[in-house]
Design a protein. Structure first.
Length: 73
């Protein structure tokens, strides 16, 4: 085995870890072609997500996942 070092990433509205692509997941060995984002990839993805959150497409699709509150009278 070799040392696995996770990288901590933190932005204005997010934080987490980036694990190396060689890191085993739930005991399974790494697969060929596994992708591990860089810190820059995370920053770009978070910006895309933030910029798209209030678009008509996202707002419209959120309606289908809203559920009626249960009235327990």
């Amino acid at each position: 085995m070799f040392a696995q070092k996770a990288e901590f990433v933190k932005g204005k509205n997010y934080k987490g870890f980036i694990f190396p692509k060689e890191h085993p997941i739930r005991g399974f060995p790494p697969e060929s072609g596994r992708y591990a984002p860089s810190a820059e990839d995370i920053v770009r993805a978070e910006k895309i997500l933030k910029d798209s959150i209030s678009t008509d497409y996202v707002t419209g699709n959120q309606q289908q996942y809203k559920t009626q509150l249960i009235n327990n009278k």
